[in-house]
Design a protein around this ligand. Structure first.
Ligand code: N2P
Length: 362
């Protein structure tokens, strides 16, 4: 009976391939990274049902992509990871004839993304941001003095400073390719270096401050900062602003700030791409095109507080966001940002080994 049923399902599917292909879409995106109504609107417009899963780490996404048969139709790797995964044959070229909204994209930012994906063949920018420091203004002032201005990586990398914050809770991202370069940069080394000795030096610095770090996690800090359960987080721009917004909404007196530290920070680009074995590539193109609609992208930015690369959306983005230098850095701050380096397999192994050591604290 079961066999028969399966056979009839298979027959139905093959009898109307387009219909079957178009009706569902499996999306795998970062957590806290989409407006509340984006998926609803997409389904209303297209009739396509969406299964939406989330992650908070490029490594987790990469493991799934390299294994294959993930079942996902749209995924959102960061550009350096994207490049490595393209090299592994993980993504299909986009059919740009199905993406008319590409005209909305900012040409300069897309040209920048093309350095990871020539001609933007496989991916479109979803959102971008920086990796900086989120902090609870009141708790930090209590411990470091009302005059202390949070503007430097000293807050988390200077042992004497971070030691004073240990009791209120400091968290680091569980993102080795972001944390190690930040530490290297603080030491005056090139954050884009792939020298083993430079990674070792960065890891040594992180191990020194490790006793004062409460946890390594890449999404938990949003709520913790918002609730006053932690006071400092190395985190992603928009996520820190979401913590700020949640605290404001809760009217709990918690005041959260975000800084791109004076020594500089990583600027990253998250890219929408379609796995080579995606079950619904046509629906995937529809979704990517839908996101590139000026209003839809503006709605996402207005909700998640991340900068987008959609020039046509800018006039629809809240002024509070476009004018915030933590979200859209000033030209002067931009000079201090660095782009991600693509690690080959050997470098990746070094980074993974050192990261395990830093996290375990031994
Ligand atoms: C969203 C995090 C996206 C930034 N929560 C990571 N590149």
């Amino acid at each position: 009976m079961k066999k028969l049923l399966m056979l009839s399902v298979a027959l139905t599917l093959s009898a109307s391939p387009t219909l079957a292909q178009d009706m569902t879409l499996n999306i795998y995106n970062w957590s806290d990274y989409i407006a509340e109504d984006t998926i609803e609107k997409f389904t209303a417009e297209t009739g396509i049902t969406v299964v939406y899963d989330v992650y908070d780490s490029n490594e987790v996404l990469e493991a799934k992509m390299l294994t294959g048969s993930s079942g996902y139709d749209v995924v959102v790797p960061t550009s350096d990871f994207l490049q490595r995964q393209i090299g592994a044959g993980v993504y299909q070229p986009l059919d740009k004839s199905q993406l008319p909204n590409l005209v909305n994209m900012d040409a300069d930012l897309m040209a920048g993304a093309a350095s990871f994906d020539p001609d933007n063949e496989h991916a479109v920018i979803y959102m971008w941001g920086t990796t900086g420091i989120g902090f609870n203004a009141g708790m930090v002032a209590e411990r470091l003095g009302a005059d202390y201005e949070v503007s430097s990586w000293d807050l988390v990398f200077d042992l004497e400073t971070v030691a004073k914050l240990g009791d209120c809770g400091v968290s680091f991202l569980d993102a080795p390719s972001e944390m190690l370069p930040a530490a290297m940069n603080y030491l005056g080394l090139d954050p884009r270096s792939t020298n083993v000795a430079d990674f070792e030096a960065g890891a040594a610095l992180l191990e020194t401050v490790r006793p004062h770090i409460r946890y390594f996690h890449s999404s938990q800090y949003i709520n913790d900062l918002a609730n006053g359960d932690t006071c400092v987080a190395v985190g992603w721009s928009g996520d820190v602003f979401q913590a700020q917004a949640r605290a404001a909404e809760a009217e709990n007196g918690v005041e959260i700030g975000y800084v791109i530290p004076s020594e500089g920070a990583l600027q990253w680009f998250d890219m929408m791409a379609i796995p080579v074995d995606a079950p619904h590539p046509e629906a995937a193109h529809k979704f990517i095109n839908f996101v590139m609609d000026a209003q839809i992208t503006a709605d996402i930015t207005n909700y998640v507080w991340y900068a987008n690369a959609n020039a046509a959306s800018m006039s629809l983005v809240d002024e509070e966001i476009t004018s915030d230098p933590g979200i859209f850095p000033t030209d002067e701050a931009k000079e201090r940002l660095w782009g991600a380096t693509v690690y080959d397999a050997r470098t990746d192994r070094v980074v993974t080994r050192l990261w395990t050591r830093v996290k375990s604290g031994q």
